[in-house]
Design a protein around this ligand. Structure first.
Ligand code: PBG
Ligand code: ZN
Length: 346
């Protein structure tokens, strides 16, 4: 084959519908035309990562003047509330509008007392933060694992995680968080019936304006490892597979999302994000509610580790993956990269 024939064949293969298009012209389709300059690319860009879509997580510990490195999450710290207030001021100045709070009490027990007591670590933190930053959207993660001595997300009875007693305590925790001033509660326990129970309890407590962001499709993932170091919440026996979802199950994830919507969720979540983009995309087809995606600790740790080695370009990788999450259909992203992204998008 001559070079000319190769070029001709190539041109033919690029021609729409055989040789002639609808208006009788023999044209090569050239998508590259719209990629020629930065301005053109920007003009036809379909998905946009915006600061407004980002939610920045915080790990709050008790006491004062504490700022503790989390080894597998470089750049992220456990902070006592006084330290956290400085950091929150800084991220708010960068334009971040929402934070997600995790509380780590000094004393853990089998009733998750600090999760629902009025002066539990996170209730105190919420009051302090809302006093100083009334406009900031403060979302409280509602779960029991950080508060339980055994590290499970629910009540344990004879080595089993029992559903309904767990929901009762989770409900008290959500009400305590909202009473402390949380703008939104985010149950992440994966028990059955939590969202409906919390909705009812909030409504009964005259907190019907507080929305629920439900961790609806939360998979039992190896990518939570670094978080469990950060929250000191690794289960002391067994694993979370009797409540969190099997990573193989897409239909079941959609069913969980449907159930939470029926129970009154205002925002539904898929977690982790990157291994579950298909679920985000299918959820997008299924509901008109906002969808949140959690770019989890293991996803963060992998990027940080590779970039520390100089093996990847951190900024480009983060912007690409977060844009991919938006393109898949998420409206909100919870990410430990939020502060950096806020700087990069300026
Ligand atoms: C606990 C909880 C987990 C995360 C958020 N809430 C971890 C777990 O289920 O052990 C994971 C977040 C992350 O990995 O960044 N209910
Ligand atoms: Zn939990």
């Amino acid at each position: 084959m001559t070079t000319a024939t190769v070029t001709e064949n190539h041109a033919a293969s690029l021609t729409q519908e055989g040789s002639l298009n609808a208006v009788g012209l023999n044209l090569i389709v050239r998508p590259r035309r719209l990629r020629a300059t930065a301005n053109l690319r920007s003009m036809v860009r379909e998905s946009h990562l915006r600061i407004d879509s980002l939610i920045s997580p915080f790990f709050i510990v008790e006491g004062n003047n504490r700022q503790i490195k989390i080894d597998p999450m470089p750049g992220i710290f456990q902070m006592s509330i006084d330290k956290a207030l400085y950091e929150i001021e800084s991220i708010a100045n960068k334009g971040i509008k929402a934070i997600l709070l995790f509380g780590i009490p000094d004393k853990k027990d089998a009733q998750a007392s600090a999760a629902w007591q009025k002066n539990g670590v996170i209730q105190v933190a919420i009051r302090e933060i809302k006093k100083r930053f009334p406009e900031l959207i403060v979302i409280a993660d509602t779960c029991l694992c950080e508060y339980m001595d055994h590290g499970h997300c629910g009540i344990v009875d004879k080595n089993k995680i029992v559903n309904d007693p767990s929901v009762a305590i989770l409900t008290q925790a959500a009400v305590a968080q909202a009473e402390a001033g949380a703008d939104m509660v985010a149950p992440s326990d994966m028990m059955d019936g939590t969202v409906g129970a919390i909705r009812k309890a909030l409504d009964n407590a005259a907190l019907s304006d507080v929305p629920i962001m439900a961790y609806s499709a939360k998979f039992s993932s190896a990518l939570y490892g670094p978080f469990r170091v950060a929250a000191q919440s690794a289960p002391q026996f067994g694993d979370r597979k009797t409540y969190q979802m099997d990573p193989a199950n897409g239909l079941e994830a959609l069913r969980e999302i449907e159930l939470d919507i029926a129970a009154g969720a205002d925002i539904v979540m898929v977690k982790p994000a990157l291994s579950y983009l298909d679920i985000i995309s299918q959820a997008r087809q299924m509901t008109k509610l906002p969808i949140a995606a959690y770019n989890v600790s293991g996803e963060y740790a992998m990027v940080k580790a590779a970039s520390a080695q100089g093996w990847i370009d951190e900024k480009r990788v983060v912007l690409e993956t977060l844009t991919g999450i938006i393109r898949a259909g998420a409206n909100l992203i919870i990410t430990y990269h939020a502060t950096d992204v806020a700087d990069w998008l300026k």
